[in-house]
Design a protein around this ligand. Structure first.
Ligand code: VNL
Ligand code: VNL
Ligand code: MN
Length: 358
């Protein structure tokens, strides 16, 4: 890591004359200690988890240009990251622990890495308060401890939300044992960012076989399903003020809204599944009320405009997906969306300020 010794709050952001700040909301980092742990677990074949081997084995082990590019930048919370932000015109990053982060680890290691990652990130945010904000990493393996870490992140470290990298060893947040996490986030009014990770062992087979387990598609299938499980299990009936942020334009769910509502109603009415009991609203209504989607990795006008149309314009906000998709030209693509100056400002800046409490 290359970091300056002292605070540098005066480093100017690149927001000259545009009328809005560009706030990127799904930007990843990894402390070197996590990578060391990850490599050790890979070397020992510690987990029966092909997704972990596929993802972390690639970035921490492979020597491709892409892997090296991502790997170096994940670990930087200083000058390299700032230079990349300057070059792309990003004023502020909302930074979070990359996937799988803590969630493949043993509970003790997971909690220790979460705390270490949070301390490290908080330090970087203190050093560059005009450029960096952070989300609290947790170890969902211990839901009560995770709730305490959410409090610490919010109250002591000044973070603006919680990062959860989807499933935890094949377990999903609709399981009531995890609900202390939602309870803490709702009570603090702070959002949970549900970020993708490799599908679990029970799901990954045919995806991995075809090379489709990662960001190309497998992530979205798994994380979109996770969002749906949260909705259909009634989490938002218990936590009506809970805010969920989902990347990649909602992991394809906006495109499915019509069918989700139809088939959910049909399934509930038929009493087909024990796990699918009546809930207070249609799936689409929770997606419009409790969920915000970001454009990470999806710098594509038709899809962005579609999401604004079906979810509501105030539900769609900007993200880059640094360093995995560091593509400065995609910023210009989104500057050129067919939006009014006020709408563009909401898309790049003020919606993020409101949702994350920046
Ligand atoms: C990738 C893309 C991975 C975006 C990510 O987290 C991500 C990838 C692990 O291309 O592998 O946020
Ligand atoms: C890496 C990324 C390693 C995320 C990890 O270890 C992790 C890596 C568990 O890119 O090396 O969670
Ligand atoms: Mn991402």
């Amino acid at each position: 890591m290359t970091e300056p010794a002292g605070a540098d709050p005066g480093r100017p952001a690149p927001s000259g004359g545009r009328g809005y700040l560009r706030i990127a909301t799904e930007e990843a980092f990894a402390p070197p200690e996590l990578i060391t742990l990850g490599r050790d677990r890979i070397d020992k074949r510690a987990y029966d988890d092909p997704g972990f081997l596929s993802l972390v084995g690639y970035y921490a082990g492979a020597r491709s240009e892409r892997a090296a590019f991502v790997f170096d930048r994940l670990q930087d919370l200083g000058e390299r990251r700032l230079a990349d932000m300057d070059a792309a015109g990003i004023d502020r990053q909302v930074i979070s622990l990359t996937a799988p982060g803590t969630q493949v680890l043993e509970p003790g290691d997971a909690a220790a890495i979460a705390a270490l990652a949070n301390d490290r990130l908080a330090e970087a945010c203190r050093r560059h308060p005009e450029r960096f904000s952070g989300l609290t990493a947790i170890a969902p393996q211990d839901p009560a401890g995770a709730a305490r870490e959410i409090e610490r992140g919010h109250r002591e470290l000044g973070f603006n939300g919680v990062i959860i990298n989807s499933h935890t060893k094949g377990e999903y947040l609709d399981d009531r044992k995890f609900w202390p996490i939602f309870e803490a986030a709702e009570a603090l009014g702070t959002p949970v960012y549900l970020h993708p990770t490799s599908p679990p062992r029970t799901m990954i087979g045919p995806l991995l076989e075809a090379g489709l387990d990662g960001a190309i598609y497998g992530f979205a299938v798994e994380t979109g399903m996770h969002v749906l499980r949260i909705i259909t299990s009634g989490v938002f009936d218990h936590f009506p003020a809970l805010k969920l942020v989902v990347g990649h334009l909602g992991e394809a769910l906006p495109f499915w809204l019509f069918r989700l509502d139809y088939m959910h109603a049909a399934g509930v009415k038929a009493g087909r599944y024990e796990a699918m009991r009546p809930i207070a609203a249609k799936p689409s209504e929770y997606l419009r009320r409790n969920v915000w989607v970001t454009t990470s990795g999806m710098a594509w006008e038709p899809a962005i405009m579609f999401c604004r149309q079906v979810l509501g314009p105030d539900r769609v906000l900007y993200a880059m997906d640094y360093p995995y998709q560091y593509a400065p030209d995609e910023v210009a693509t989104q500057d050129s969306l067919p939006l009014s100056p006020g709408e563009l400002k909401a898309f790049f800046q003020t919606t993020a300020e409101e949702v994350f409490g920046l």
